[in-house]
Design a protein. Structure first.
Length: 253
């Protein structure tokens, strides 16, 4: 499996305060990787730096090419897409118009497959099809999240970065959103998932990282993280059997 995104020794500072301290991670093609951790750990900052929205030091490579001199617009055009925590929809515009804006870069390049992508989005999210003429600002929280995901898919991303997709949603809607994210992986889209719902994120992901105080504290396969005593006690609300723990954070009995 080839590496799609590689982050090495990433450092981001707000003035004199460093928010990320040498963070390294990777996302393989077609995989879901989650980053869990408490509020203020630097998770959203990490996504902003990868997207080019924040100045950063360190090495970023996407599809084998360095990102240091690549603009935000070029990153989007290459298939790197961010769905922010606040979703940032255009509330006074219809569902259909919000989706069309997601394909802006494709329109500029003369892409002829936009209508087919739109049909795929409506098939994936039937409620958006039903509400295509409705203003985005009148949608429910779950529907707004679906629209944010649908708008991102209009750009045909290779790597989809999701910042707290379950935030503020009812449990049944959260289950539905995570089910949809799982189907995106099946379609070949790689996903970098930032999520405070550690239980749901680790169940869905192939690999995971625990980010605390701007540093990667533990990393490994998601199943191993879920069985790590520290992760289980702090983020999953349960305890696991005590065993020896290696430098990679994986518990070994």
């Amino acid at each position: 499996m080839s590496v799609l995104l590689e982050v090495r020794d990433l450092r981001v500072a707000y003035g004199k305060v460093e928010a990320l301290h040498g963070v390294s991670l990777k996302v393989d093609e077609g995989h879901i990787v989650t980053v869990i951790g408490p509020n203020g750990a630097g998770k959203t900052t990490l996504l902003g730096a990868i997207m080019g929205l924040l100045p950063a030091r360190g090495d970023l490579a996407y599809a084998g090419a360095p990102l240091a001199k690549v603009s935000v617009e070029q990153r989007v055009a290459s298939g790197l897409c961010l769905v922010p925590e606040r979703r940032e929809l255009f509330a006074a515009m219809s569902v259909a118009d919000n989706l069309e804006l997601g394909a802006f870069q494709r329109y500029r390049s003369g892409d002829k497959g936009i209508a087919r992508t739109r049909d795929d989005v409506y098939q994936r999210f039937p409620r958006l099809a039903e509400r295509r003429a409705q203003l985005a600002g009148t949608l429910s929280g779950g529907e707004r999240q679906m629209l944010a995901l649908g708008r991102a898919l209009m750009g045909r991303p290779r790597l989809l970065m999701l910042d707290e997709p379950s935030l503020g949603l009812a449990p049944l809607i959260v289950k539905e959103i995570f089910s949809i994210i799982g189907t995106l992986k099946a379609s070949g889209v790689a996903i970098l998932l930032i999520e405070q719902n550690a239980r749901a994120a680790l169940q869905l992901a192939d690999a995971g990282y625990l980010l605390e105080l701007g540093e990667i504290a533990i990393e490994g396969a998601s199943r191993d993280l879920a069985e790590n005593p520290r992760v289980a006690a702090t983020y999953l609300g349960r305890s696991v059997g005590v065993g020896s723990q290696g430098h990679d954070g994986v518990v070994r009995q």
